[in-house]
Ligand binder design. Structure first.
Ligand SMILES: *[C@@H]1O[C@H](CO)[C@@H](O)[C@H](O)[C@H]1NC(C)=O
Ligand SMILES: *[C@@H]1O[C@H](CO)[C@@H](O)[C@H](O)[C@H]1NC(C)=O
Ligand SMILES: *[C@@H]1O[C@H](CO)[C@@H](O)[C@H](O)[C@H]1NC(C)=O
Ligand SMILES: *[C@@H]1O[C@H](CO)[C@@H](O)[C@H](O)[C@H]1NC(C)=O
Ligand SMILES: *[C@@H]1O[C@H](CO)[C@@H](O)[C@H](O)[C@H]1NC(C)=O
Ligand SMILES: *[C@@H]1O[C@H](CO)[C@@H](O)[C@H](O)[C@H]1NC(C)=O
Ligand SMILES: *[C@@H]1O[C@H](CO)[C@@H](O)[C@H](O)[C@H]1NC(C)=O
Length: 471
């Protein structure tokens, strides 16, 4: 089948058979899922973290640079324990001092007498300072423990910066050598960074905006994220229900992992889960601390305890089609945390063909994302500050929910699973949807060609965009 045959109207009109349409849709979804393992995210085509170095002054043996990280990603943030930025010096550079961040290892400074540098390593790793450090080590936009908000959710906190005084380096724009091999871990892998490139010098406006000072030299690089590099297993799944059908479609079994044998996993280091508070107490006293210590050494996110489920996903998103009005319809979205971990910030991105007419989200904040101009079928949701912006650990309070009201558009139908989302992303990671054939159907189950067409049309459209953008 050629890539565009799905868009051929004759195929759509021939597919009166529900099964064939659904399997076509399923194979397209599968194909999309395969493509999504690449760094490019069609919901956020310009998403990256840009890192800029501005040389503010030359010193007797090097320079003072202001390093700024801009998170341009609409919906992917960096959670605690935060970012760690690394690079390799091109020559014999050392870091004399830093403000607003620190190198994790000082390295071997035994060659130095008198003044000892802050870091002598060839490949330093820099981390943010914690909140509340003394003023004399702070800089603007620092000291949030490495937490970096996404651009759409909190633009003010999507920037981090620190100052670095570099020695044994060039002292003019001709002799300075750009650092190489930048890495960004959050912690754990996921980001790939481009080489640094000299760009036009940055301008810094004075507070009254009447004068601009200029960096002596500026270089820039961009780091892009890929879920494929970060972790192969998904971290969330979607379940569904509707007022017009008895069936509750659960998360796919083994969506994130298969349920381990608890008594066995207590003895080995296999991933495990707990069924109750008792087991939680038991497990935290035995195998788990070891796994945690190992994860810190390997600079991996530390594993958190998970409540047992058939899908073993830390996060479950439930989409319930609740009410049908004449001009509107209402959906209830619930996010359940099965992790013994508090998500201090969370966000949810949902793609649904009717979101161009999203009218209101009652208990979440929302913003439309329109990665391709006029097609605004994607919305991002996050919590209301001090109300549900924090998703608490698994247990009775470990969930957030909101109802949303959508104005029906001309494609509207309850048939063929049209009322359910096409793509769901939690904290920047893809969620596993149930297979399209299992979506709740209307009781009479009569196939509706218009709905079939619109579902296929949306799949075709996103597929076509993919092909165009990948070329
Ligand atoms: C990084 O993001 C910015 C802002 O969206 C964009 O202008 C720039 O082209 C991107 N850079 C790369 C290398 O993707
Ligand atoms: C270096 O500085 C000189 C003047 O001091 C300027 O002409 C030149 O464009 C600068 N080069 C770069 C790469 O910034
Ligand atoms: C940068 O990384 C590449 C590939 O990992 C390696 O071949 C190269 O030697 C590194 N460069 C430096 C300066 O460390
Ligand atoms: C779990 O492992 C224990 C010990 O190996 C075994 O006795 C038990 O039958 C297993 N349970 C299941 C459901 O496989
Ligand atoms: C999560 O937050 C609650 C309330 O702030 C706190 O009692 C609990 O200890 C936290 N849990 C974890 C795992 O940090
Ligand atoms: C899509 O655009 C319409 C009209 O510009 C706007 O009313 C609606 O809220 C947008 N939808 C989303 C999800 O942003
Ligand atoms: C839905 O939104 C589109 C624009 O995104 C607008 O043209 C259309 O009139 C809206 N439909 C309804 C029923 O409001």
């Amino acid at each position: 089948m050629g890539p565009c045959s799905c868009c051929n109207p004759s195929i759509i009109s021939c597919s009166s058979n529900k099964q064939s349409v659904m399997s076509l849709a399923a194979s397209l979804l599968l194909f999309l899922a395969v493509l999504q393992t690449q760094a490019f995210d069609p919901l956020d085509p310009n998403g990256n973290i840009t890192i800029k170095w501005d040389i503010m002054s030359w010193t007797s043996d090097g320079y003072v640079a202001l390093v700024t990280m801009f998170n341009n990603q609409q919906f992917r943030h960096i959670e605690a324990p935060g970012w760690a930025l690394g690079w390799t010096w091109a020559k014999k550079e050392v870091i004399w001092n830093m403000q607003g961040a620190e190198a994790t290892m000082q390295g071997d400074c035994s060659k130095f007498h008198g003044n000892i540098p802050h870091c002598c390593k060839k490949d330093p790793t820099i981390v943010d300072l914690l909140p509340g450090v003394p003023y004399n080590v702070q800089s603007a936009n620092c000291c949030r423990g490495g937490v970096l908000s996404s651009y759409a959710q909190d633009p003010l906190n999507s920037v981090a910066s620190f100052q670095v005084i570099v020695g044994q380096a060039g002292t003019s724009n001709k002799t300075v050598a750009l650092p190489k091999n930048f890495t960004l871990v959050t912690p754990g892998p996921g980001y790939t960074c481009s080489p640094a490139k000299v760009v036009k010098s940055s301008l810094f406006p004075s507070p009254d905006g009447r004068r601009h000072t200029q960096a002596l030299m500026t270089w820039e690089l961009a780091c892009t994220y890929s879920q494929f590099l970060a972790q192969r297993a998904p971290t969330c799944c979607v379940s569904m229900s509707s007022f017009y059908s008895e069936a509750i479609v659960p998360c796919q079994t083994c969506a994130c992992a298969c349920q381990p044998n608890i008594s066995q996993s207590l003895l080995t280091s296999e991933p495990m889960c707990v069924d109750s508070e008792d087991q939680l107490a038991l497990s935290s006293s035995s195998a788990y601390p070891r796994a945690r210590a190992a994860s810190i050494i390997q600079n991996q996110p530390s594993p958190h305890l998970l409540y047992c489920s058939k899908d073993m996903c830390p996060i479950q998103i439930h989409w319930h089609v609740k009410t049908n009005y004449v001009e509107y319809w209402r959906v209830k979205i619930s996010i359940t945390n099965r992790h013994v971990k508090n998500y201090t910030v969370w966000n949810l991105v949902v793609q649904h063909p009717n979101f161009n007419n999203l009218t209101e989200a009652f208990s979440f904040q929302y913003k439309g994302l329109s990665p391709y101009g006029p097609i605004n079928d994607t919305a991002m949701f996050w919590g209301i500050k001090y109300y549900n912006d924090m998703l608490l650990e698994a247990g009775p309070s470990g969930n957030v929910q909101s109802e949303i009201l959508i104005k029906k558009d001309s494609m509207f139908t309850f048939t063929q699973g049209w009322a359910f989302p096409h793509r769901v992303v939690f904290n920047g990671d893809e969620c596993v949807l149930p297979p399209p054939t299992s979506y709740p159907f209307l009781p009479n189950g009569s196939p509706n060609s218009r709905a079939t067409f619109s579902l296929l049309f949306m799949q075709c459209l996103s597929f076509a965009l993919f092909v165009i953008l990948l070329l």
